[in-house]
Design a protein around this ligand. Structure first.
Ligand code: FEO
Length: 403
């Protein structure tokens, strides 16, 4: 339970959760995650954020190697979601801070989550507020809906350090603490997975926050998020800011994703025939069936796919439940700038295309090609039509991507 000094007098004192695979109750965290917390020693000793319930002893053990917990003067709560605030009662009891700083919406969230809040010395801070803690100062920036109403950044200009809470996080559980210690491929995958399952609906807020950071002329050479690895040095900071701009802008990419579920493999055969058509037009494709893929993994793949083709047979006048769940999850995450396509087999009533199309339209996808269904088992002619559908979708995607 050793802390790690990330800048002079500033330490990581969080916890690594190697076990959790169910991040926030809805997203896959294949490696587990981390709950990062930081302590800064100055004339006032300041703790930034805490950890999930069940990890308070780990955090306090690590903190005790830096400073006796009762010597903490200030606690900053950048976000009240329970992976960062679940241990608050235990940490506050151990540290007894003289002041606890939170955003206006943070106070409301604290009141709703914790019975003992009235005994806590809360002080509300807003964007533009700052406090002096000795040689350093802390500047607060509210980042509402990035990704909760209460979310906030803490910026320490003297150290060019931004403590960014959930933003710029990744679900990585490892002994490394810095992003430059793992491969870019692994890092980029973890960042994408996190963004596309947690942050995506708030992409407009991301762009606004990036603009605000420029407007405030925040000079940053380290970004320390509350999940995963820390970005140190100007190049790393530039890399993660640009990655977030790219994620948020969602420019169309010349790559396709086919997501389907199937009963007796008729819809599966159609999926593979559509993929042949896409390939024939030079568009790379990934096929993901919903019996073998988690909805989080599908969203991660969607990040690089300008075209999303969805398939399901008709089942009980609807679509198969895994596809219904997938499309509901996808819709909530509000992907933008995509082309869509729909296909499926049916036996008698045949509602699948109507339902799939409604889902895609509900997400604002462009549907440049007529959806296609086939009765019971696709014959050679039906598979040929699927292939043609793939080709037509590929051509439409290429136009959208500018050729
Ligand atoms: Fe990592 Fe929104 O909690």
């Amino acid at each position: 339970m050793q802390p790690l000094e990330i800048k002079k007098g500033i330490y990581w004192v969080g916890a690594v959760d190697y076990v959790n695979r169910d991040f926030h109750g809805y997203a896959l965290s294949p490696q587990g995650t981390t709950y990062n917390a930081y302590v800064l020693l100055d004339e006032k000793n300041v703790l930034f954020d805490t950890v999930k319930h069940g990890f308070s002893e780990v955090m306090l053990g690590r903190l005790s190697h830096v400073i006796a917990p009762e010597k903490i003067d200030y606690l900053v709560i950048n976000h009240v979601e329970l992976d960062h605030a679940g241990a608050l009662p235990q940490i506050i009891k151990a540290c007894k801070p003289e002041t606890i700083f939170c955003s206006p919406m943070g106070q409301k969230a604290i009141e709703a989550h914790f019975k003992s809040w009235q005994e806590w010395p809360l002080k509300v801070v807003k964007t533009g507020n700052s406090i002096s803690i000795g040689k350093r100062s802390i500047h607060f920036v509210e980042t509402r809906m990035l990704h909760w109403p209460d979310s906030m950044f803490s910026y320490i200009p003297e150290d060019k350090l931004l403590i960014s809470n959930d933003a710029f996080g990744q679900n990585i559980a490892s002994s490394e603490r810095f992003a430059d210690e793992i491969s870019r491929t692994e890092l980029e995958h973890a960042m994408t997975e996190y963004y596309y399952n947690i942050v995506l609906p708030y992409s407009q807020q991301v762009l606004k926050t990036l603009a605000l950071a420029e407007e405030l002329k925040l000079d940053i050479n380290m970004i320390a998020p509350d999940h995963g690895l820390i970005f140190r040095g100007k190049d790393e900071v530039r890399y993660v800011l640009e990655a977030y701009r790219r994620f948020a802008e969602q420019k169309p990419q010349k790559r396709a994703l086919i997501v389907y579920d199937t009963m007796w493999h008729s819809t599966a055969k159609m999926a593979y025939a559509i993929a042949e058509g896409l390939n024939a037009e030079g568009v790379p494709v990934r096929i993901m069936d919903m019996k073998g893929n988690h909805h989080s993994a599908v969203m991660t793949e969607l990040a690089r796919s300008g075209l999303v083709v969805v398939g399901s047979p008709t089942h009980n006048n609807g679509i198969l439940p895994h596809m219904a769940a997938m499309l509901t999850y996808m819709k909530g995450l509000r992907p933008q700038n995509r082309i869509g396509g729909a296909f499926g087999s049916f036996g008698w009533s045949g509602e699948c295309l109507k339902i799939l199309t409604e889902h895609l339209e509900g997400m604002g996808f462009e549907l440049p090609v007529e959806p296609f269904k086939t009765k019971y088992v696709p014959d050679a002619g039906a598979l040929e039509q699927c292939m043609e559908m793939g080709k037509a979708l590929a051509r439409a995607l290429k136009v959208k991507c500018g050729g």
